[in-house]
Design a protein around this ligand. Structure first.
Ligand SMILES: C[S@@+](CC[C@H](N)C(=O)[O-])C[C@H]1O[C@@H](n2cnc3c(N)ncnc32)[C@H](O)[C@@H]1O
Length: 279
């Protein structure tokens, strides 16, 4: 379903009259996936809130539920809808916990100054993920150690970390594999600054989009992104990287392209490194 081209709901229903409800849900989910996630998220939560508040208003004072209870009812409903529509699994906890956590933050009497500092930090590290669909999370130590082991030993090999975050993998590689020439690119300004300061002269860190990088300059490309950009990244790698060079993805698969090698990692999320030799 994830890769199926969504047709119109009417077409889908005509071809599967018995399963029209499921077909409509699949068609809706297919179209939702094409929008920036903030839009379907709003489209999901606003009607649920409108419904809950309308019910409470109708019931009047007998409703008597606390804000916390309302946020949990909302979160559970959004979780059920997310499941019902067959949206990617990682949307489920986000939709379940978003409003309960917001309610918790609002009721915890945080100083407005700290709330503003937290918001600015969040914006500078993660606001771009509304568009890129790639949030900030960090490679584990076992992932970096496995990465260092699986890169061929050839003096002067050039590696880039696409979306280098806070520079953890590059710092680890600088220590474990001093033979490598290290580069990183990062779109979020605060992440870029942290990487830049952390790596100093051990790696060249560019501020900008990974899509503007010319990958033909690199022998190894490392990416820990999300499912969203993987098909596009594979196309770019095949177009630009030299045959025989390596694309390594932490956790995320390229749809429809089996990796040449998979390395299981002994970390909390039981993730994997996936390696492709560019044909
Ligand atoms: C999951 S984090 C991985 C960070 C780091 N590579 C690591 O493994 O610890 C993904 C990073 O990619 C960055 N990013 C997302 N889209 C990007 C883009 N189009 N260009 C450059 N960086 C991007 C995000 O800001 C985020 O810091």
């Amino acid at each position: 379903m994830a890769n199926a081209e969504p047709r119109s709901a009417a077409q889908v229903e005509a071809s599967h009259p018995a399963a029209s409800g499921m077909a409509r849900a699949a068609w809706l989910a297919g179209n939702l996936r094409r929008l920036p996630p903030a839009i379907p998220a709003l489209g999901l939560h606003l009607p649920i809130w409108a419904f809950i508040l309308a019910v409470c208003h109708g019931v009047g004072s007998t409703c008597g539920l606390s804000l916390t209870a309302l946020t949990w009812i909302e979160g559970l409903t959004a979780w059920a809808v997310t499941r019902g529509l067959g949206l990617p699994r990682w949307w489920q906890p986000i939709n379940l916990f978003f409003f309960p956590l917001l309610g918790l933050a609002l009721s915890s009497e945080i100083e407005p100054l700290w709330a503003m500092v937290a918001f600015i930090a969040l914006a500078l590290t993660s606001l771009g993920s509304l568009r890129t669909r790639v949030p900030l999370f960090l490679s584990s130590r076992p992932a970096v150690a496995a990465l260092a082991r699986c890169i061929p030993e050839r003096p002067g090999l050039r590696l880039i970390d696409l979306g280098c975050g806070l520079g953890g993998p590059l710092a680890g590689l600088a220590r474990l594999r001093p033979d490598l020439v290290l580069h990183g690119v990062e779109a979020a300004p605060l992440n870029w600054l942290v990487s830049r300061l952390r790596l100093d002269r051990r790696a060249r860190i560019a501020l900008g989009s990974l899509w503007d990088q010319d990958l033909s300059r690199f022998d190894v490309v490392y990416a820990y992104l999300s499912p969203a950009p993987m098909a596009r990244l594979w196309d770019k790698a095949c177009r630009e990287m030299r045959p025989g060079s390596l694309l390594i993805s932490n956790s995320f698969e390229v749809p429809g392209v089996a990796p040449d090698r998979v390395i299981a990692l002994d970390d909390l999320s039981r993730s994997r490194l996936l390696l492709w030799r560019i044909p």
